[in-house]
Design a protein around this ligand. Structure first.
Ligand SMILES: NC(=O)c1ccc[n+]([C@@H]2O[C@H](COP(=O)([O-])OP(=O)(O)OC[C@H]3O[C@@H](n4cnc5c(N)ncnc54)[C@H](OP(=O)(O)O)[C@@H]3O)[C@@H](O)[C@H]2O)c1
Length: 314
């Protein structure tokens, strides 16, 4: 297919740096599933048009506007976990053309979203959907979202708020207005000394869940805020991958600790349906031509933006 727009994710940076560690060696250079084969074209977020189809695929699909599910799944079942990702275990979208399986290219001809908005969805909104589904976060819940100004975090804020969830967003103080505009009920500065007390004031009986992409010291700070039978769902570790926390705060309250990697086929279909109906509203922070990909990744790591950094290709 012909790539029109791609987008930048932390996953691209960590894959390039080999920042995922290995079992027993957290400092080992590795991709998220272990060794990476080179050369490799990165880019897990892709929106574009089908340029050509392989044998057995309906030729009417040529010219179709599509958004790509970047996950490579363990097996053919609808709820199979991802075991690979475009841009990591196969070539991705930082290119003019990319080859994907026909089932990964979802028809979004009728979507009112722009190509840039479509390209903002797969990794960030897919991961956020996976987290909300795996932690069974539903209307009426109160949920703390960490890294709330980032790609996955802002998607969590928007998708959770759209489900009728009360969101307490944790971000840098200067980004509070944007996370509130995305649907958070409250915004808390992650550097505030009274972070836990503030969250406790916003949710006096305890929170139902924490949707976490930061990890690090926030786990020890925020775990005691979850009430009995609550959930901690984690999909990232920007604040530190190796942590110390009091296990008693987990088991004495029957809290579920849920690791969440991307999404399933069914989760992704939910997201595509939202894209087709225009009920999801990705925020674009800035755009760069493919030739300036290095600048886009550099700006990404500076973390001054809110929302997605887009890479325009065609
Ligand atoms: N499991 C999966 O399938 C999956 C998929 C995609 C991404 N991820 C992971 O999820 C994490 C977020 O990815 P992303 O693409 O959303 O990155 P991102 O856009 O950079 O968002 C991360 C956010 O975390 C905040 N942050 C930075 N340092 C922090 C710290 N020390 N403590 C607390 N918050 C901090 C930043 O916002 P503020 O400065 O405003 O706080 C930033 O906006 C990464 O670890 C990534 O590898 C996992």
């Amino acid at each position: 297919m012909q790539v029109r727009v791609a987008a930048v994710n932390n996953t691209d940076i960590w894959t390039r740096e080999g920042a995922y560690g290995l079992p027993g060696d957290p400092n080992a250079k590795a991709g998220w599933r272990g060794p990476i084969r080179f050369p490799r074209v990165q880019g897990g977020d892709i929106a574009g048009v089908i340029a050509e189809v392989g044998s057995g695929i309906d030729t009417d699909r040529v010219g179709q506007r599509v958004v790509v599910d970047p996950a490579l799944y363990r097996d053919d079942t609808r709820d199979a976990p991802p075991v690979g990702l475009l841009g990591s275990e196969a070539d991705g979208g930082f290119a003019e053309f990319v080859t994907v399986n026909a089932e990964q290219a979802h028809d979004v001809t009728e979507s009112p979203l722009s190509d840039e908005q479509l390209a903002a969805l797969p990794v960030a909104y897919g991961t956020a959907t996976g987290m909300l589904e795996r932690a069974a976060i539903t209307a009426g819940d109160t949920v703390v979202v960490t890294g709330a100004s980032g790609g996955v975090g802002l998607a969590l804020v928007q998708l959770a708020a759209a489900r009728g969830v009360k969101v307490i967003a944790v971000s840098s103080g200067g980004k509070a207005a944007e996370v509130l505009a995305a649907g958070a009920s409250h915004a808390v500065d992650r550097n505030a000394e009274d972070l836990a007390e503030q969250i406790d004031r916003y949710s006096p009986g305890g929170v139902d869940a924490v949707a976490d992409v930061a990890g690090g010291p926030l786990i020890a700070q925020l775990m005691p805020l979850i009430h009995d039978d609550g959930r901690w769902v984690i999909a990232g570790a920007v604040a530190g991958p190796v942590v110390d926390f009091d296990l008693r705060r987990l088991y004495l309250h029957n809290i579920s600790l849920i690791g969440s990697s991307m999404h399933t086929r069914d989760h992704f279909v939910t997201l595509v349906e939202a894209a087709r109906s225009g009920t999801v509203h990705p925020v674009i922070a800035a755009r760069y031509p493919l030739d300036d990909l290095a600048t886009a990744q550099d700006q990404f790591t500076r973390s001054r933006h809110v929302g997605k950094l887009i890479v325009t290709v065609g």
